[in-house]
Design a protein around this ligand. Structure first.
Ligand code: 5GP
Length: 187
């Protein structure tokens, strides 16, 4: 049986960069590609960054039970492909889910052994700076995302681990340590 590692963190915390680096260093880790109803950002590729879909198709997928977990975040829907995860677990893979905290809670309910890792910013000011600096969202979208930070921080208390993302390479090392230790204790 494989193992699920959920990585969450507020918008702008640098999860994407950390996970990209983690996957480069560990080709045996499998990243689950989520489905979303949000608009594609510049440079994003369908099937690589997300499976982009309409709200209508997303809701039919919900009704079909196609998602392991799903949630509304900042006005859009996001969901994890159930079949992909089940198959990867059967193939003994280490699967990374990069999802928000409501989804992380649903995963923990279904898979007690899932390991939940929350990435924290060095400070809230730094988070806002990074979110603005990335220049991908409108001011309204930025405000919406900043408003969810508090509830995410509350949910993060239920996570197994929290890691402060100051220097990317250090954060990656910390996550690798967590994954290695969890593998040892699971055996
Ligand atoms: P973004 O729009 O910035 O790509 O993602 C917004 C939030 O949705 C992020 O916190 C991201 O981790 C989360 N997210 C991405 N995919 C999924 C998913 O499949 N399920 C859930 N619950 N959250 C997701």
């Amino acid at each position: 049986m494989g193992k699920l590692f959920v990585i969450s963190g507020s918008s702008g915390v640098g999860k994407g960069t950390v996970i990209k680096r983690l996957l480069e260093k560990n080709p045996d880790f499998e990243l689950s590609i989520s489905c979303t109803t949000r608009n594609k950002r510049e440079g994003e590729i369908d099937g690589v960054h997300y499976h982009f879909m309409s709200k209508q198709n997303f809701m039919s997928a919900v009704e079909n039970g196609d998602f392991l977990e799903w949630a509304e975040f900042s006005g859009n829907y996001y969901g994890t492909n159930r079949k992909f995860v089940e198959q990867a677990l059967n193939e003994n893979k280490k699967i990374i889910l990069e999802i928000e905290t409501q989804g992380a809670m649903q995963v923990k309910e279904k898979f007690e052994n899932a390991v939940l890792i929350f990435i924290l910013p060095p400070s809230l000011d730094e988070l806002e700076k990074r979110l603005r600096g990335r220049g991908t969202e409108s001011e309204e979208a930025i405000q919406k995302r900043l408003n969810t930070v508090k509830s995410e921080m509350i949910n993060s208390k239920k996570f197994d681990y929290t890691v402060v993302n100051d220097v990317v390479e250090d954060t990656v090392l910390k996550i690798e340590d967590i994954i290695t230790n969890e593998q040892i204790t699971a055996n």
